[in-house]
Design a protein around this ligand. Structure first.
Ligand code: GDP
Length: 463
């Protein structure tokens, strides 16, 4: 009887402890690696000087301790926290090497609960926090699941105007003699697929984010696999039905690989990971596209609109029809807020709200709490003043990348609305990249509003 009683008590106690899977995403260079490194560092420093006044359980002194625990899922690569930290605290300090593909890190947070019943059962409770990092580019592939190879090809070709057409010209030239009915030439397909991948890389390098298939530029362990050796059909004409049915023809092979990619690469990610996420933070770097001009900015909006379809939970949405995601909180964060003076942070939030409007307006998001904020995971500038037209104006001080020169500058104003044509003509921006500040290894990483983010994402789970 006593044994049974103990087992019941231990079961109840275990159920008081909780598990939370927090997913971190964003387009590449949006700041995911910096964000996770800082988040883990802030949490591990709760009793060692972390400055998190707006993180409620911390302010209330209820967090007892946080520790890293070994990863339970042995198949997913680990997030390289220690390497990132040593880069940040190095001399000279440098940014952590960005992660590629999915990675994970797990923490346990022990805290004193406010709930009388929980307290009665157990002095302290624990939250097992699993943090998953994955490229936002992978979410851009979701719409492919609703498109046939021919529909997708037509959409990709439609995008090939202006600069994109220029960047795709080598790919297009390589396709010139492609015969849909000829027996497949594996080497030729691999070669042309490489040209398409080069085009996607060029889009990325020029600050364009809407790229498909997303896995082509971040292939992870799939690099070189035939599943990634296809490309959109390059001509307006699609081959007649009989040729398509000839299984070993060029066109059929491309179609089969496209279908395989959708079923086994895109779907696999959603099934294995996405449906298990409890909470999601989407990091957005609005400043770099503002720096680069109208085309890059509009392209980022297009990419984010596609990306947000994965959080579109309406009954008739593609994601709901195919999977059953359970995310209950979604945070959009404008990153690198230390690139602008603090008087511009409200503008950053307002701009981000406009960029992610589809998510806010969509009634289909019901049941999911959404929030927007501007943060800096790792603050790399300090406030200063400069003289401008005989007036003292707020400025930033930091060391500029890539030449490490100390600079004081006023980077410009962030628009509160989506920029108009006249805005782009003025182009009043000068957002520099900064090297991290030199830091004492025994102090937590400096940040802006990581505590707001933590409070939204974890606060209610630590009550
Ligand atoms: P990821 O590709 O999304 O993982 O992006 P990273 O975390 O690697 O960030 C890309 C780059 O953005 C870094 O190398 C830094 O130059 C910059 N960055 C990221 N976070 C911050 C930040 O909080 N402040 C500043 N000043 N720069 C940042």
């Amino acid at each position: 009887m006593k044994k049974l009683q103990n087992e019941v008590i231990s079961w109840v106690q275990r159920s008081v402890d909780q598990h939370l899977c927090l997913a971190v995403t964003g387009l590449s260079r949006s700041g995911k690696t910096a964000f996770i490194t800082s988040l883990v560092n802030q949490l591990l420093s709760v009793n060692h000087g972390a400055r998190l006044p707006l993180f409620t359980p911390m302010r209330e002194g209820r967090i007892i301790g946080v520790k890293r625990v070994p990863q339970r899922d042995l198949a997913t690569p680990s997030f390289s926290y220690d390497r990132g930290l040593s880069q940040l605290y190095g001399h000279p300090a440098s940014w952590p090497t960005p992660t590629q593909g999915v990675s994970k890190i797990e923490l346990v947070i022990r805290y004193r609960t406010q709930h009388a019943l929980k307290r009665y059962l157990k002095e302290t409770s624990s939250l097992h926090l699993e943090i998953i990092d994955y490229p936002g580019e992978w979410l851009l592939d979701l719409p492919m699941l609703a498109q046939s190879y021919t529909q997708w090809s037509a959409q990709m070709r439609e995008l090939l105007t202006g600069q994109r057409a220029e960047w795709a010209s080598t790919w297009q030239a390589a396709c010139a003699d492609l015969d849909p009915n000829a027996p497949v030439d594996e080497l030729l397909l691999a070669e042309i697929a490489q040209r398409w991948t080069d085009y996607l890389h060029q889009c990325k390098a020029e600050g364009y984010h809407f790229i498909q298939p997303g896995r082509f530029i971040l292939p992870g362990e799939m690099a070189g696999a035939p599943a990634l050796q296809f490309f959109p059909w390059p001509f307006d004409e699609f081959p007649a039905q009989h040729a398509e049915s000839h299984k070993a023809s060029t066109f059929s092979t491309l179609k089969q690989r496209y279908d395989f990619y959708c079923q086994h690469v895109v779907k696999k990610f959603y099934k294995e990971y996405f449906v298990k996420f409890d909470r999601q933070i989407v990091l957005v770097d609005c400043l770099q596209p503002l720096n680069r001009g109208a085309n890059a900015f509009n392209d980022m909006r297009l990419a984010l609109t596609q990306l947000m379809q994965s959080f579109h939970y309406g009954q008739r949405s593609l994601i709901r029809r195919l999977f059953s995601p359970v995310i209950d909180k979604l945070l959009f964060a404008a990153t690198k807020a230390d690139h602008v003076t603090s008087d511009q942070h409200a503008n950053m939030v307002s701009l981000l709200r406009q960029v992610t409007q589809a998510a806010w307006q969509n009634a289909a998001f019901e049941g999911v709490k959404i929030e927007c904020l501007a943060l800096s995971s790792i603050q790399a500038t300090l406030p200063g003043v400069i003289e401008h037209q005989h007036q003292q104006v707020p400025a930033l001080r930091g060391r500029r990348l890539p030449d490490y020169q100390p600079v004081s500058l006023y980077p410009g104003e962030v628009p509160t609305q989506l920029p108009s044509a006249s805005f782009w003509q003025q182009q009043g921006f000068r957002f520099e990249n900064f090297t991290p500040l030199e830091m004492d290894a025994d102090k937590p990483l400096p940040h802006l509003r990581m505590d707001n983010a933590l409070d939204f994402l974890l606060g209610d789970k630590l009550t």
